[in-house]
Ligand binder design. Structure first.
Ligand SMILES: Nc1ncnc2c1ncn2[C@@H]1O[C@H](COP(=O)(O)OP(=O)(O)OP(=O)(O)O)[C@@H](O)[C@H]1O
Length: 595
């Protein structure tokens, strides 16, 4: 399988510009967290000062009387530092988690504005990884990461300031080695970003393999493909492992490299300090306090470098989230889109042509037909000729590349998608149910529906008697995608949902697919009740149960680059066209028209 490319790299500045607005209303938490962390650092600086004082005034002079006051002050500082760092960490975590929640909501909201084409061209597991792991990585950059960066920087300034205060010349000597830290951090961070991008991609692919493997378990087991699936996961897991090992290699190497630089610094300081003490220019307490400040300072400098690695990792995640956020929906509402109320249900396709994105050959060309309010039209024709595409155009999952689709005489591009879709109910080939209860699934299109209305819809859909036999009746869970139900039961629950929704236009896309003849015949009764009084486009191969009075649209694939449409009476194959419409010659290619 072809591996998808890495998401385009985005600069850190752009990442901040993109995600910083999401911290609005949370910044006070982050600022409070940062401020408290600074207070904790100040307490630590002061505590180290007291340590130096105790060494010089108590230990060197063997004066126990001078011990108690600084010891009590030290204890007080330690308690204050503990308390403020606890509250600070909590507030930072609170701000970070709220940021995460907000960002995930936003990305999910955005994803739901994208047309089905976006999902058809991507793997679900990868999208899930972007909505979970990658978003968490961004939080580590913008939320808690920013606070950590700020507090670490402030700690560096404090400890360095304290070290300068004790001995500026020693401190200066120490600081000569700081550029070495920065250089190492820079080299590691750039390598880390490349490796992290690969790891993120690999994580997405591995999630996809798990998601596909688990959701298709019945297919996997019935085709004895368990070994192949395990192999597929192993192979992706292996790629992911390699990326992780490369990450671990870099971050493990980073520690010792920095440690060596740190040790060089400490030895230099101690040597220089010993010389200063022997010549009487520095006390032991002064040297110990100085060394203690350095012991705090170096880890802070080191964690600045570590933050650079975290930033690289987070940037790889944010590239993938920004890639989604910058994807524009193929179909949008116009600024002046009309919000129509309940329509009459007159449908017209006028000279419609359509080519799927990334396809060169058109699926529909110059297609015209009209359906009167309340009328049933059956759309039939060979597989792959474009029948379901008609439903997608009607719902504005795509816009036609030529011509117009009209609802009650208005081009549907002029309507808001929400109001258009409120007027249309689609019953798809594969019944899409959620893993809630029977009641939740029936009421899916009508949240808050009256329980009696749910039961009435179930009665009309011929599913009520069955539901009453379930252990919890309407509150019985139907399993993942309704898999605890039979195909016919799923279909009837979907019909009840459509009845409850009560839209004037109905699109039935192969409602009999996968059902045997008796089940299909049984479904036909509730379907007729559903269709009564609604404009219905029934897409089907199965003409056995087509109502007598139905008119037919036959999409025909004509040899070489054309297909044509005919409208016939449903009473017999090849019978005369409807009186109000006439067949016209096939025009330029794939489809012909009946205007
Ligand atoms: N998202 C898509 N991207 C690209 N091509 C697509 C997409 N969906 C469908 N097609 C192509 O468009 C053509 C028409 O598909 P459509 O699903 O409308 O056919 P159909 O007549 O409903 O077929 P069937 O009866 O088998 O369901 C097919 O050749 C199909 O491969």
């Amino acid at each position: 399988m072809r591996r998808p490319p890495l998401a385009p790299t985005v600069s850190i500045r752009r990442t901040f510009r993109e995600f910083w607005p999401y911290t609005r209303g949370l910044r006070h938490l982050l600022v409070a967290g940062g401020t408290l962390a600074i207070v904790a650092a100040v307490c630590e600086v002061a505590a180290i000062g007291l340590f130096g004082h105790i060494t010089d005034e108590v230990l060197s002079k063997q004066n126990l009387g001078a011990f108690w006051l600084p010891a009590a002050a030290w204890l007080g500082l330690a308690a204050t530092a503990g308390l403020v760092s606890f509250v600070g960490s909590y507030l930072t975590a609170l701000g970070g988690e709220r940021f995460l929640l907000r960002l995930r909501d936003r990305v999910f909201e955005h994803i739901q504005t994208l047309t089905p084409d976006f999902f058809d061209n991507r793997r679900l597991g990868d999208l899930m990884a972007r909505l979970t792991d990658d978003i968490e990585a961004i939080e580590e950059l913008i939320g808690s990461g920013l606070v950590k960066l700020f507090t670490t920087l402030v700690s560096v300034v404090f400890f360095a300031g304290a070290a300068f205060y004790i001995r500026w010349d020693l401190a200066l000597l120490t600081f000569l080695l700081v550029p070495a830290f920065l250089l190492v951090a820079k080299v590691f961070a750039s390598r880390f970003r490349v490796v992290s991008a690969r790891e993120r991609l690999s994580n997405g692919i591995m999630n996809s393999v798990i998601e596909e493997g688990l959701s298709n378990q019945s297919l996997v087991q019935s085709y004895n493909r368990q070994g192949a699936e395990a192999e597929r996961l192993h192979s992706e897991g292996d790629t992911w492992m390699r990326a992780n090992v490369a990450q671990a290699w870099l971050s493990s190497l980073y520690g010792p490299v920095v440690q060596v630089i740190e040790t060089i610094c400490l030895i230099t300081i101690l040597g220089f300090g010993a010389w200063e003490i022997s010549s009487g220019r520095l006390t032991i307490g002064g040297l110990l306090a100085f060394a203690a400040y350095l012991a705090y300072l170096y880890p802070a400098v080191q964690s600045l470098g570590q933050i650079a690695l975290t930033v690289s990792e987070a940037a790889a995640g944010s590239d993938r989230v920004i890639e989604i956020l910058t994807t524009r929906p193929a179909v949008t509402d116009r600024d002046d889109a009309v919000h129509m109320g309940r329509g009459r249900g007159h449908i017209e396709f006028r000279g419609v042509g359509f080519t799927y994105p990334n396809r060169r050959r058109p699926t529909l060309r110059d297609l015209s037909f009209a359906v009167e309010p309340g009328e049933l039209v059956v759309c039939t024709g060979p597989s792959g000729v474009g029948k379901s595409t008609i439903a997608k155009l009607l719902l504005r999952f795509y816009d036609p590349t030529a011509g117009h689709v009209l609802l009650d005489g208005t081009d549907i591009r002029e309507l808001s998608r929400e109001s258009l879709r409120d007027n249309i109910t689609i019953l798809q080939q594969e019944n899409l149910l959620f893993s809630g209860t029977v009641r939740e699934n029936i009421a899916y299109g009508c949240p808050g529906a009256d329980p009696d209305a749910v039961v009435r819809a179930a009665v009309m859909a011929d599913v009520h008697d069955f539901v009453t036999t379930l252990p919890l009746g309407y509150d019985t869970p139907i399993g993942q995608r309704g898999r605890l139900m039979s195909g016919g039961q799923r279909q009837r629950i979907a019909i009840a949902r459509a009845i409850l929704r009560d839209a004037p236009v109905l699109v039935l896309d192969e409602p009999m697919t996968g059902l045997d003849a008796p089940t299909a015949a049984r479904i036909m009764e509730p379907l007729k009740r559903l269709m009564a009084g609604r404009t219905t486009i029934l897409i089907t191969h199965d003409l056995r149960f087509i109502p007598e009075a139905a008119h037919k649209i036959v999409l025909e694939a004509v040899p070489r680059r054309s297909s044509r449409i005919r409208i016939k009476s449903a009473r017999g194959r090849g019978s005369a066209p409807r009186p109000s419409r006439e067949r016209v010659p096939v025009r330029d290619g794939r489809t012909g028209t009946v205007p």
